[in-house]
Ligand binder design. Structure first.
Ligand SMILES: [Zn+2]
Ligand SMILES: [Zn+2]
Length: 664
């Protein structure tokens, strides 16, 4: 089974690598990590041993959150809320002395697990019953009637069963009043209660309701919709089952975790709220053992004689306790051991990705140099899983944050804003879109939302993306014609229109740089797009065409200035576009700029730098008037349906007095 799983991960890994490379994701492909190879297992086991020694990892037999479908313990973070149809059942209980009370429950199948009846101490209806005993119908169990402030008088009939275990409050009552344990559900979700043996939870519920009805003990039944906790992986309502599990103790550190959350720089900032809410709502220590087969084994054996935990030696890691034995006898002298069969939850390992990637257990010097990392990029749905757990491990092992910044993205949704899922059949495969449009068009679409916001699928964005690619290509072809003998080292005084576009360019560089430094790629894309289409292509290229095609009509300086400015503006546009559309920008760079720039890839070249000295507010103002004029003339000609080339007899320009001279 493990081998099949490993083969499957190899295949998936290759697929993932292909997709990422096809998308142009910029990584060092010689340096990738896996969360199931030797290094990962070693790191994970090493971390566990460290935490055990810090008295943070502990094993305990206690009620734990359990998925009866997957037949394993799970962690709080794996719970999801799901609205479910159910019924509230009013069931009659007899009280000693012959009186009756009615208890409302959605889980009558837990009657056999009832260990007490509880009402609020101020609830006048039930005051007289406190301290007496009630009889659980069908099963004839005698249970005490207790008063506790956690009972809610306004809910149902105001008096409730405490069962082992229906919910978190049951557990608290069970502990607080030292109640007995009545286990009626097996680890695979079947009843053990007499008369209902072997029935699944839902079947048992149905049968018990029928039986209560027949006995005249079901007083009322109302259909309801309510929120139940389900396992996020399979959608099954969870149970609380007593079992021996490994936990990481961390509930005592909530304040510390909130402080660390403050230290982390969040992009966008509001994502920190999700982290805070998660930490504040933590109710369970981190359950890390799973009753499954494929995963990282615990480096643990138990002594058969004294039950002592015997850990593997660090230098022997990675180990599998199922196939190896401790090298030393137990401290009691025994050499008979039972291996831990459970495996660690996947997040117990994924929480160590900085340590795995930076070779924590293999190259201490290197690790010290590189840790903490600068950035964690991830989506918002796993803040409570990946981000939080990684932060926890970073704190336990290194007493500091694993990274300085967290960049939290949204989800890609379908065209109606619905989550894509195989079962709904609304999945749009990235590979298909890449084949139909291009990888750059897909990235173009992906950059069309603010960081952190979900992104709806919109095919028109792919179309616009491809149009921009074509436009970049065509503009570059036009430019290339004039760059054959171009020498970029020759300086020349820029004309007014050159200064106009240089001003625009520097302003766009400034905005784009500021926004990408905040990981806000949408502004980078929109502002670059606007500059490239409207300023560079629609206007500047037209303005300089005459200088380029008829150089003899101009000073040598004027022609050189046009070329210098064009070179600079196009190269800067490509560089600004490069993070969004890495393929087309690189292609053009290779043809047009590589030789002149002397750097082998646009992605290795320097980011364009804002130069305040090139900002000429006056030139921008005059240039804008010219652009406006040209636009009006173009519009006039197309309205009159005459060729854009047709000369005008006269043109009256109405501008503010100070501009008149400049325009001349
Ligand atoms: Zn499950
Ligand atoms: Zn022992």
């Amino acid at each position: 089974f493990t081998n099949l799983c490993l083969a499957e991960t190899k295949e998936a890994e290759q697929e993932m690598l292909n997709s990422w490379q096809r998308l142009g994701i910029s990584c060092d492909w010689d340096w990738i990590y896996r969360t199931i190879d030797k290094t990962a297992i070693k790191t994970s086991q090493f971390s566990f041993i460290e935490l055990y020694k810090q008295n943070r990892a502990y094993r305990k037999e206690a009620p734990s959150i359990w998925c009866p479908e997957c037949a394993t313990a799970i962690a709080q973070v794996e719970l999801e809320d799901k609205e479910t149809s159910s019924s509230f059942n009013d069931i009659q209980f007899m009280i000693e002395g012959g009186e009756k009370i009615t208890i409302a429950t959605t889980r009558p199948e837990l009657l056999a697990a009832c260990v007490a009846i509880i009402a609020h101490p101020d609830d006048q209806r039930y005051k007289k019953f406190i301290g007496k005993k009630a009889t659980v119908p069908i099963f004839n169990l005698q249970v005490p009637i207790l008063a506790d402030k956690r009972a809610q008088p306004e809910k149902g009939t105001g008096i409730v069963m405490c069962c082992t275990f229906g919910d978190q409050t049951d557990m608290e009552w069970w502990k607080a009043y030292n109640l007995p344990l009545r286990i009626v559900i097996t680890t695979d979700g079947k009843l053990t209660a007499k008369g209902y043996e072997g029935l699944r939870i839902k079947e048992a519920r149905k049968k018990i309701i029928e039986d209560l009805q027949r006995l005249g003990l079901l007083k009322k039944q109302i259909e309801i919709k309510h929120i139940v906790n389900v396992h996020e992986r399979c959608g099954t309502p969870i149970e609380f089952i007593v079992s021996k599990q490994w936990y990481i103790r961390y509930l005592d550190l909530k304040d510390k975790f909130l402080k660390l959350g403050e230290e982390l720089k969040w992009y966008p900032e509001h994502m920190k709220n999700r982290y805070d809410n998660w930490v504040k709502g933590l109710q369970w220590d981190w359950s890390i053992s799973r009753q499954r087969y494929f995963g990282v084994p615990f480096p643990v054996w138990y002594c058969n004689k004294c039950d002592e935990v015997n850990l593997a030696e660090k230098q022997d890691l990675p180990i599998d306790p199922l196939t190896s034995k401790p090298k030393k006898p137990c401290k009691c002298g025994s050499t008979e051991f039972t291996p831990e069969k459970d495996i660690m939850d996947t997040w117990a390992t994924s929480s160590l990705t900085p340590q795995i990637a930076l070779k924590w257990v293999e190259d201490e010097e290197f690790f010290k140099k590189m840790y903490p990392m600068s950035l964690r990029p991830q989506a918002h749905d796993i803040i409570s899983f990946w981000l939080f757990n990684t932060l926890v491990k970073g704190y336990f092992h290194h007493k500091q944050l694993p990274w300085k910044n967290a960049m939290i993205s949204g989800w890609a949704l379908d065209a109606k804003g619905k989550k894509m899922s195989k079962s709904k059949g609304n999945v749009i495969e990235p590979q298909e879109m890449i084949t139909k449009y291009s990888a750059d068009a897909l990235r173009f679409w992906a950059s069309s939302t603010k960081l952190g916001e979900d992104l709806w699928f919109a095919e028109k964005e792919f179309v616009t993306g491809n149009r921009t690619i074509t436009k970049l290509w065509n503009a570059s072809r036009f430019v290339s014609v004039h760059f054959d003998n171009y020498d970029k080292r020759k300086s020349a005084a820029p004309t007014l229109l050159d200064r106009w576009i240089k001003t625009k360019l520097n302003k766009v560089i400034k905005i784009c740089t500021e926004s990408i430094e905040q990981y806000e790629y949408i502004h980078l894309r929109l502002d670059t797009e606007k500059f490239f289409w409207q300023i560079l292509c629609d206007n500047y290229l037209e303005f300089i065409k005459d200088r380029l095609y008829n150089p003899d009509n101009y000073d040598e300086d004027e022609v050189q200035a046009a070329k210098n400015t064009l070179y600079e503006a196009l190269l800067a546009s490509l560089k600004l576009f490069a993070p969004i559309m890495p393929h087309i920008t690189e292609e053009i760079y290779q043809h047009l700029f590589k030789e002149k720039e002397g750097i082998k890839s646009i992605h290795l070249s320097k980011w364009p730098k804002y130069n305040e000295k090139e900002v000429d507010e006056e030139a921008e103002k005059v240039g804008d008037v010219i652009v406006e004029m040209v636009a009006m003339v173009r519009k006039y000609k197309s309205q009159k349906q005459v060729s854009q080339k047709a000369p005008l007899e006269s043109l009256t320009i109405d501008v503010e007095a100070p501009l008149v001279d400049k325009l001349k």
